[in-house]
Design a protein around this ligand. Structure first.
Ligand code: ADP
Length: 680
């Protein structure tokens, strides 16, 4: 549509150029000549939009009257130039075709006095080019929009080249006036059927006041907001126009408007469907890729696990191989060698083992061991061999006897069925040998101890035997001396008898201790339980040893309840008190000694406390053992048996013996005994 408008106006411009040429070629164009020229153009038919085609003459003020006179003489008697205000230069329409009433009225009109026309005229004048005017209201009939097209005509035959030349040499303008409606309806005779509305605006923008043409008839219903709008620029003879195309109601109806949402919805659904399909394909692909990746991962993991298992197997095999034990695996009922470790291979030397049944490979193997392997397979239970002597016959002929511990372990396949036997054998030759040696020694040792104990027992009995007659002899001697108290012999003898008694007592005590020790070590020490007054026993022993304490210059204090009846072995009880008190006198000489007895319902507590040399902590446990002493024999005589015997008796009576002491701070021995015999 734009091209058609452009083409049509181009044709009009050409037509005007032609007319301008006619003016340039002819020295003076008469009104008659111009009429003929325009008639020949047959504008009415060719271009119904052209309201008129005319010539505007440039007239200097000086020639105003001459020109008016001339036109009046040429058939327009009423001719005058208007508006009339005097000015330097006038432009006046001197010819205008067709000669209708309205056009005749326009003769003499100075278009230069009207700004819109003047702008186009000046543009044409100075550029030498056809120039289209802005929108004009053409006053013929109801508000008719229109415009003018000017083509300048210069004096002389050659066209002026410069602007100054053009300014000076302007003769006038050939121009045509266009009625927009007729023009465009001529261009688009069937516009109403086009279903597209065209609006043509003067200027670059579609401003309502600049509307030149609207294809829609006023009565035609037009969409408030047309669905489609397109604005195109068009430049005609240096003048910009805006062409606005909009979809008409009729056109929009043809768009199956009610279906639009449906079609839209269908389109949307189709899009969604396509989207879904594409997406499902994509996700299927992604899934496939993912599952492929997953598979690859699994594969990698499986390979990893496989490699790991293989490594473990190799490691295990290495462990088996290097184990400091004999290991072999036999397969099937025939017990065919399936695996043998280095240690076993080494022992077997050159023999071919793998793949051969054990009976064939090792015909000289002890039948007992073969039977155990067999039994492990059949009974499905492990069989153990302890310290089994297996002679190893070397190729050199040398035979070595070696001792083994071994286990024959049934091997199960993954289904749990026994399919072979494994043997693990650990050599214990050295251990057995060492143990045997130790055992020999411990016998020997036991024998030595026994011999000593026997000797002690025999010796103490033998030593004790002459003591009784010796003691009787001394008593007799003492009695005889007492019978003659005044004889000089008696006085001499009494002192010797007394010394002899003391030595005898000491010897008797020593032998008694030795006897006790041998009784204890042979388990023959017997207790004789009887009713006992603990208090009386303590008092009596203390009284007996009182002279000894006095001799040692130790003050003996005895704190004992009136009576503490209970039951015990009276003789052994005396031995306990005597031993502790003797030690206190021996190791605490010159310092006070306290003996105390406390009684409770079930137990009695005896403490013997001295202020003597004391016992270092590190010696306090040791002194209760046999022959153990914490002093040197040079300073204090003794065998180191007293506390051992005392402790053994106390424990046999169901009591405890303990010591509290510091070196040089005295010692306090505490005996706790049950008051009554407890159930044996
Ligand atoms: P012995 O007195 O014949 O050496 P004992 O078995 O009676 O043997 O005593 C063992 C050791 O315990 C003694 O050699 C002595 O070193 C230490 N001992 C025993 N009683 C006392 C005491 N009351 N004070 C200091 N040391 C003691």
């Amino acid at each position: 549509m734009r091209d058609r408008i452009h083409g049509h106006l181009d044709a009009d411009i050409t037509l005007l150029r032609g007319a301008a040429g006619f003016f340039t070629a002819s020295e003076l164009v008469t009104a008659e000549e111009f009429r003929l020229y325009v008639e020949r153009l047959d504008l009415e038919r060719y271009d119904p939009g052209v309201q008129g085609l005319g010539f505007s003459q440039r007239i200097p003020a000086s020639q105003k009257e001459a020109w008016s006179e001339r036109i009046r003489a040429n058939g327009v008697p009423s001719f005058r130039i208007w508006p009339e205000e005097p000015r330097e230069e006038y432009h006046a329409i001197i010819y205008l075709q067709p000669q209708d009433a309205r056009n005749r009225e326009l003769l003499g009109y100075d278009m230069f006095t009207e700004p819109i026309r003047r702008e186009a005229m000046e543009r044409a004048w100075l550029s030498g080019e056809p120039s289209l005017s802005g929108k004009l209201g053409l006053h013929d009939g109801p508000a008719q929009a229109g415009f003018l097209l000017y083509v300048p005509v210069y004096q002389g035959s050659a066209l002026p080249l410069t602007e100054a030349e053009r300014r000076q040499r302007l003769e006038g303008f050939v121009y045509s006036a266009f009625r927009a409606r007729e023009l465009f309806e001529g261009i688009f005779p069937h516009a109403s059927q086009l279903q597209v509305s065209l609006r043509v605006y003067d200027g670059m923008e579609a401003r309502p006041e600049q509307l030149l043409y609207d294809s829609a008839s006023p009565e035609e219903e037009r969409p408030q907001a047309p669905r489609f709008t397109s604005t195109l620029p068009l430049e005609v003879a240096e003048r910009p126009w805006a062409l606005v195309f909009t979809s008409s109601r009729a056109f929009e109806r043809t768009l199956l408007t009610p279906w639009v949402p449906v079609i839209g919805m269908m389109g949307l659904l189709l899009s969604l469907l396509m989207f879904a399909i594409a997406r499902s394909q994509l996700s299927a692909r992604q899934r496939a890729e993912a599952s492929e990746a997953e598979r690859a991962r699994f594969l990698a993991r499986e390979q990893e696990a496989h490699a790991e298992a293989e490594a473990q197997r190799t490691y295990l095999r290495e462990l088996f191989m290097q184990a400091p034990a004999l290991i072999f695996i036999l397969r099937g009922r025939q017990l065919v060698f399936e695996f043998t470790n280095s240690a076993f291979q080494e022992l077997m030397g050159h023999r071919e083992l793998l793949g051969r049944p054990i009976l064939e490979a090792l015909p000289d193997l002890s039948p007992d061991i073969v039977a155990m392997l067999d039994s492990a397979f059949v009974s499905e239970r492990p069989q153990f061999g302890r310290e089994v002597l297996i002679p190893i016959a070397y190729a050199t002929g040398h035979v070595e006897e070696r001792v083994w511990n071994f286990v024959c372990q049934p091997r199960r396949n993954p289904e749990g069925k026994v399919d072979g036997v494994m043997l693990f054998a650990f050599e214990v030759t050295e251990q057995v040998r060492a143990r045997q040696e130790a055992e020999v020694l411990a016998q020997e040792l036991r024998q030595a101890v026994q011999a000593r104990d026997e000797f002690l027992s025999v010796a103490s009995h033998e030593l004790k035997t002459p003591l009784t007659p010796l003691s009787l002899k001394l008593q007799t001697l003492a009695r005889e001396a007492a019978a003659q108290p005044d004889s000089p012999f008696a006085l001499k003898v009494r002192a010797h008898v007394e010394a002899g008694r003391k030595q005898l007592k000491r010897l008797s005590d020593l032998i008694g201790d030795l006897l006790d020790v041998s009784r204890i070590s042979s388990g023959q020490m017997k207790l004789y339980w009887e009713p006992v007054d603990f208090a009386a026993v303590v008092r009596e022993v203390a009284a007996r040893l009182e002279p000894e304490a006095a001799k040692a210059q130790s003050l003996l204090t005895v704190e004992v309840p009136e009576a503490v009846p209970g039951s015990s072995d009276r003789m052994r009880l005396e031995q306990i008190v005597e031993n502790l008190l003797t030690n206190a006198i021996k190791y605490g000489a010159g310092k006070p000694i306290q003996v105390r007895l406390e009684a409770r319902s079930e137990r009695v507590t005896l403490t013997v406390k001295d202020q003597g040399i004391g016992i270092a902590p590190e010696d306090q446990a040791r002194i209760f053992e046999r022959f153990e002493r914490a002093v040197s024999g040079r300073n204090y005589g003794g065998l180191g048996l007293g506390l051992y015997i005392t402790r053994t008796i106390v424990e046999a009576l169901g009591g405890t013996l303990r010591v509290q002491s510091q070196l040089d701070q005295g010692a306090c021995f505490t005996v706790e005994l049950p008051r009554e015999r407890s159930a044996p």
